[in-house]
Structures are given as C-alpha cells and as structure tokens.
Ligand binder design. Structure first.
Ligand SMILES: [Zn+2]
Ligand SMILES: [Zn+2]
Length: 388
C-alpha cells in the first residue's frame, strides 16, 4: 500500500520496517535490528545482529536459533529506541508470542505478528485494554475457556493503525469451542485404546503440539512424544506452563503399553519408522492431524488420515473481526492470509485498509500441507521439521 512519510511501519525488501526507529519487525532477510514477535520459523529467522523479543520467548528462541544477541523484554515493558517507544503485548498464539506496539510523535501503531482469538467464546471485553498493564495473567480466574492455555492470552491494544495477520481470514473459518475439540480428541484416543491400538496425533512441534498435550486426558493411557517435540515441551515447562507427563519412544520399556498410548509428533512423521513403531501385534495406530486447515475436507483427504481435528493457533474469522474492532484502529493493514477478502471487508466497515506483502507463510499450521487458498497464494510445505 502507499506509504505516507508519517507511517510508523512500511514494507521494504527485507521486511516490515520502522523508519523512525531504524529497525525491522520479523524481517525475512538479515538486518541489524530485529523485533521478533514469536519463534515460528517464518517470523524468527537467523542472521540478524540484534534481536528484541519477549522474555517469555527467550527459551524457545534460543532453542531454535542458537546463539543470538537477544534483548528480552517483559510484556508491557517499554524500551525507547531513537525516540520510538516499543513495547510487546501478548498475542495468544504460542509461548512468548507478542504484538509490537510502537509509539512516536503522538501516533500508535501495533503489528500483530500471529495471534489467536476465537470467536467461539467470550474472552472478555478486549476493547478496554488500552493500558497493557491491566491485562490478566496466565493463571487469572478471568481466564476464558477459549484462550490458548499454553500461553498468555491475546490482549487488545488501542492504536491508530493495526497491522493484522489474516491466515484464516475467510468467513468459512469459525472454530468450535476448544473444549469440544479436546473432548473429541480424548474420545478418539479412548476408543482406540479400548480397541487395543495406539493413537498417532500429528501437529506442528512448536505451539500446536503443546496445545494438544495440554488438552489430553492422562487417565486414558501413556503419552509419548517425538524427539522434535520434547525440547519445546521443556521450554514450556521451564516457563511455568503445565503439560502432562510425556515420554520418548526410546524410554518406553514395555512396548505392549503402546496399545493404550497416544503419540504426538510433527506431520513429517507420517509413514516414518517412528510412526510404524506404534504398530502393536499387527494393530496399526490410528492417525489424526490437528490444524485449522482440517476444516477443509480436501485437506483431510490429502493428508490421508483417519481423523482431522480443527484446532488452530490463529484467529478465526469472527476472532479477527473482534480483535480488529477492539483496537479501535481507523486504519488496518493486512499481512499474510486472505488479504483481498479482508481488505474488502474492512473497507465495508468504513476503515482505511491496505495490505503489506510479506514472506510469512503459515508453515507452522500447514506443516507439509500444500494448500491453495482461493486468493491464489500457495502454502509451501515446510522442510525444516526433522523426520525422526
Ligand atoms: Zn506463528
Ligand atoms: Zn505467521
């Protein structure tokens, strides 16, 4: 979209750039100063000289990027850089995920990164959260049923311009209440266990896997996780997030116990020797995949799994609408997702709307899935999930 000289964020070949502060937000090419919204691979890349990110994301960022020069910031804490006040606010997407609030010369812009707000349940009146310090903590009683329980819930931040993601920005995407999805998953696992077969549940190793684990009913049977998942579990537990007890396959002494087990691993394990190890006495594991894309019948068919569970760490269509309205922004810039549809809808609401071209892909959700969206963009399969 056309930039004006007073814009706090513009698009550049290396990424979203703040001219006043001379830094980038989630740049896709190496830069000097990068503010990172969260540790998913398309947003947090290697090669930047300086990183600024939430203290909550430090463990997962270091686990994924190795030795980086990182300035950790508490949620709501303000750092001033070249006259730009920068603060980070919970996005409800994965552990440590943040929206970036920028304030300069009387203007406030917020870049969302990826965020999760479901339209399925009330998350309170997000519109009043102009002061970030008023936001609830992870364990607060006010915690809504629909929040992602593995990270701090999304907090609406008032701003003049909101840069929003739009991964599931089509009216067909409406999430069911997550307690119903968790109940479905546990019922599927329980039925498999009673039939003497293991359950293989696939989801992206960072964020989705922990979200799935948090909803599992430990009384059904043992929970085995892939080696790509366990290091992230450690980072979550170190951050105080409660996850059920998990075991690595190699540590399972009594293989017959796998009959009642659920195995959680990244999508790339499908068909691998690790997955085949869950065949007990000729009974193959039942396979399921959890993703927002599972709402599309074609996606379920192409993955060739027994079950598809619709569980996403991104806002659904009503969630996007509610989050955008709660910012009070008069101008909205749409990044990855169904930009054209969302821009049209925003304009119909009387807002000034545009789009930024970014190189963010929903690889975290897609995870090996090739999904052609109606607006024409293609979700590339990710290649960096280890096979075993
Ligand atoms: Zn993400
Ligand atoms: Zn993203």
């Amino acid at each position: 979209m056309t930039a004006t000289p007073s814009d706090l964020v513009i698009e550049r070949p290396a990424g979203l750039y703040c001219p006043a502060g001379d830094f980038y937000i989630d740049p896709w090419r190496p830069v000097d100063r990068a503010v990172i919204t969260h540790a998913h691979a398309d947003h947090a890349r290697t090669g930047h000289a300086h990183y600024l990110a939430t203290a909550r994301s430090e463990g997962v960022l270091r686990a994924r990027l190795g030795a980086i020069t990182l300035q950790p910031l508490a949620y709501g804490e303000v750092v001033v850089h070249r006259g730009v006040r920068i603060s980070l606010h919970p996005a409800g997407h994965v552990l440590g995920s943040a929206q970036v609030r920028l304030e300069h010369a009387g203007r406030v812009w917020v870049a969302s990164g990826d965020y999760f707000v479901s339209g399925a349940g009330a998350t309170g009146d997000a519109g009043s959260a102009g002061d970030s310090s008023a936001a609830g903590g992870v364990d607060g009683e006010a915690r809504a049923l629909e929040d992602n329980l593995t990270c701090d819930p999304f907090e609406a931040v008032r701003c003049d311009c909101f840069i929003t993601e739009s991964t599931f920005g089509l009216p067909i995407y409406r999430w069911r209440p997550q307690r119903e999805v968790y109940a479905d998953i546990n019922a599927w696992w329980s039925a498999n266990a009673d039939a003497g077969r293991a359950s293989l549940l696939m989801g992206y190793s960072f964020g989705k896997a922990q979200r799935l684990l948090a909803g599992l009913d430990e009384s059904i049977g043992p929970i085995v996780v892939h080696s790509a998942v366990e290091p992230l579990n450690r980072a979550y537990r170190a951050a105080g997030i409660r996850l059920p007890a998990t075991t690595l396959l190699g540590d399972v002494a009594d293989k017959s116990s796998l009959r009642r087990a659920i195995a959680v691993g990244p999508p790339s394990v499908q068909g691998s020797s690790w997955a085949k190890a869950f065949t007990v006495d000729g009974a193959e594991a039942s396979e399921a995949f959890a993703s927002g894309w599972m709402q599309l019948r074609g996606a379920r068919r192409r993955r060739a799994v027994d079950r598809g569970f619709v569980l996403s760490d991104h806002a659904d269509w009503p969630g996007l609408q509610r989050a955008i309205a709660a910012t009070g922004a008069e101008r909205v810039i749409v990044t990855h997702g169904y930009e054209a549809v969302m821009v049209r809808w925003l304009e119909q609401q009387g807002l000034q709307a545009g789009a930024f071209r970014t190189e963010y892909g929903d690889r975290d959700e897609a995870s090996g899935e090739i999904e052609s969206a109606p607006s024409g963009q293609t979700i590339e399969p990710r290649a960096d999930v280890p096979a075993d």
